[in-house]
Structure formats: structure tokens, C-alpha cells
Design a protein around this ligand. Sequence first.
Ligand code: URA
Length: 189
Amino acid sequence: MQTTLIESIAREVAECTACPLCESATRAVPGEGPADAAVMLIGEAPGAAEDRSGRPFVGASGRLLDALLQRAGLDRSQVFIANVVKHRPPENRDPTPAEIRMCQHFLMRQIAAIQPRVIVPLGRHAAKFWLPDIQISRQHGHVHHVDGRVVIPMLHPAAALYQPKNRPLMEADFENLGVHIRNGVRSAP
Ligand code: URA
């Protein structure tokens, strides 16, 4: 039942022409993972490698994300990985507010279907979706409760690729994420 819902959302994403991004993109990137995943990781938008493969976080950021997940005691196969925007913006520019608005119902429906225990936005742009005033440099790794959901925003893996000094911070945050998950994160008030 859940799987069918996730699959039908993915089919709708693949056919979506609501915004111009579908014209420049090669493939839609709906997201992937178990339909009952306890943890959902959410990036901003697909990059070049994702656009070619139709899968989220498969480029350099994705390889780092896999290593970070291991720090949390998680394997990629256990988590659902998606993006706020499902088609690649040209030249990796930021998606516009209108593009985000037109795409966000897919992510909302994925979350409603999966009902994850923890949502992990990756980077400021994804985190702003739940925490509009977030200062990611200060609040990464903190546990937030938003609309009945546990949200733990992280720095985007690309931040560690461009600035190696961020990598130990991210490793520590993912290790803490593993502790929260194993201890059972306090459910939202
Ligand atoms: N960066 C993102 O935000 N999402 C991806 O899928 C890949 C890189």
C-alpha cells in the first residue's frame, strides 16, 4: 500500500511539467528508499550526476553522504533520500521560490506516506523548508520539533567538499544522529 503510494508519486514526478525545470533536465529525480524508512534525508535539488542517473545523491556529495550515514550506523538502503525540488536547475543554480512552491507537494506527500521518525534536511536551503529563520552554521545537528515532526538539520555534504574543516563537524553531527535514533528521539510535543 505504502510502496504503491511512493511509486505513484514517483510516476507523477516523472511526468510533471508544472515548471520549466523539466525542459532543461535530463531525468526527474523523485527520491528513493524504503517506503517505511524511519529516517528521511532531504537535499535541495538534483545536481549533474543525479540528473543523468535519476537517483538522488549519487555524485561526490552522495559518496560523502554514504560515509556520513555509516557514522550514524545507517546504510543508504535503510533511509529514504529525496530533494525539495525534483528536477535539476540549470547550472546548479538555486531553485526559485516559484519552482519550490510548485514542487513541494511531492515532498509533502512523500513524507505523509513514509511517516519518518526523523527528517534530516541537508543544507540551509532544505532546512529553510521547516525552519525558515535557521542559521545553519549555528544550528546544524540540533533537534527541532516542527509541526509534530522531529527535524535535525545538517550541513550540506557539499559544504565539507568545499571546506574540509566542516567534515569533522558533520561527522560529529551524524554520530549524534545515530545516538538519537538508537535512543528513540523524543517525539514532537
Ligand atoms: N545535492 C542535493 O542537494 N541533492 C542531490 O540529490 C545531490 C546533490
